[in-house]
Write a protein that binds this ligand. Sequence first.
Ligand SMILES: C[S@@+](CC[C@H](N)C(=O)[O-])C[C@H]1O[C@@H](n2cnc3c(N)ncnc32)[C@H](O)[C@@H]1O
Length: 243
Amino acid sequence: MKWKKIGRILILDHYPKDLKEVLDRFDVDSIIKINKIHGQMREPEIELLYGEITETTHKENGCFYSLDLSKVMWSKGNTNERMRIAKLVGDDEIVLDMFAGIGYFSIPIAVHSNPKRVISIEINPNSFKYLKKNIILNNVQGVVEPRLGDCKNFVKDSSANRIIMGYVKNTHHYLNSALSILNDGGILHYHETVPDKLVNTRPISRIRKIAKDKEVKLLNISNIKKYAPGVSHVVLDVKINEK
Ligand SMILES: C[S@@+](CC[C@H](N)C(=O)[O-])C[C@H]1O[C@@H](n2cnc3c(N)ncnc32)[C@H](O)[C@@H]1O
């Protein structure tokens, strides 16, 4: 049986053969099936298999994430990436999280590192509500600054030492906005879903094209997860300098 447990909610891909056995094994409030994740705001379409509660608090890497699994997604495949990013952030950095969701990256950065500010932009009002709640839950008010709206509209008056682009639908359409406010010597964490044979070429060439005459140094490529057959979700760490 394939399963995931997010807080007190169990996620299965079908109704269990023996519900009682599952409930004896897992101490949960509800069991759900996620049928699809829709569109730009990554909204789930779920079926309740048992119980009624869809809101829960998930603990990961010492951080607390309150969320409603009928309204916002949780990507288990990104667990290692959430912790990896948190450990990379240096003291007093200004971090911009362009696709913040419920605080997937912003919260562990604020909890495990010592940034000056984390500006967290989220377009989905449901995710934004939980982002604000999670800032309080993790006691990182004053560090994480939540902003509701399209990140393209927020970047104009900002500047950042590090920008997280944790989104995989046409992320390259946002590169122009990101690079326009990244400080000299700043780091970009650029996510893309890419056919396996293009992993080492397409994402970096998209960044180089937008960076024009800036110096683009590839620091690392990590494979986050398989996205579809022959397609991977990868993240590139890239340092950008003025020439
Ligand atoms: C769900 S997260 C990606 C998952 C995350 N990387 C993780 O660790 O699980 C992507 C978020 O970007 C938000 N988003 C999409 N387009 C956006 C935009 N233009 N500006 C701000 N947020 C946006 C979506 O609503 C979604 O909450």
